[in-house]
Design a protein around this ligand. Sequence first.
Ligand SMILES: C[S@@+](CC[C@H](N)C(=O)[O-])C[C@H]1O[C@@H](n2cnc3c(N)ncnc32)[C@H](O)[C@@H]1O
Length: 252
Amino acid sequence: MNGSADLYETDALAAQYCHAHYGPEHFGIPNFPRECALICLELTHGRGRRHALDIGCAVGRSSFELAREFDRVSALDYSGRFIEIAGRLQEEGIFRYSVTAEGEIRSCHRACLKDLGLDAVRGNVAFARADACNLPPRYTGYDLVLAANLIDRLRSPRRFLATIGQRINPQGLLVITSPYTWLEEFTPREEWLGGYRHEGEDVATLDGLTAALAPRFRMLCPPRDIPFVIRETRRKFQHSIAEMTVWERTGP
Ligand SMILES: C[S@@+](CC[C@H](N)C(=O)[O-])C[C@H]1O[C@@H](n2cnc3c(N)ncnc32)[C@H](O)[C@@H]1O
């Protein structure tokens, strides 16, 4: 794992993700991990809902939300720090954290599963540290895989896409969101799925994604935009727009 991936082990990022997952909404934009999970629950209505995988789950909000309807949710992330926080929240029901207000001044907050109506389902989630590009064989048999804002943070998104299909049940769904912010700090340029020019032509990530998934998947519905906000300080926010694509496993 390179230095940029270690970013997800820092205090600053842990607090930022706690607030993004469990803190207040900003500028009227719905909570992103909750929104992703709600869409996944709509998409799987009338389909199998035994086992879901939330890969790159960070501090776990979408994993808990999926557990409202799925019998079991495997929630995996490469960051030991994020998994530890999610595990403590699961065990104790509450996790306290502080975020930057301005300069050295911090404000204190708490994530509380009971307040979010997630207390009764927390036992259905199993958090563990794992590498999406090299998952142990036991992680298989899923009706749904959610990979939210993960692919452009992997060192080998092609390897992830090539191997995730065999872990999904026939007619199971793979839901991917990404703002396609390719950066060499995370992903070597030759691994980018798009966002570059080749022989004078622009290569869009959606085309690269479609090509990588074509052997096993069909696109179930048109791509849609899902905005999200990450608060940096009381007065500074990142506003991004992820594209969500939904893929049904059709091939071997
Ligand atoms: C941009 S964050 C998105 C987190 C969460 N899904 C969300 O939407 O809020 C990317 C996440 O992917 C995780 N990640 C990065 N590389 C990974 C890998 N190789 N395997 C599993 N998780 C990884 C990071 O630790 C981080 O939690």
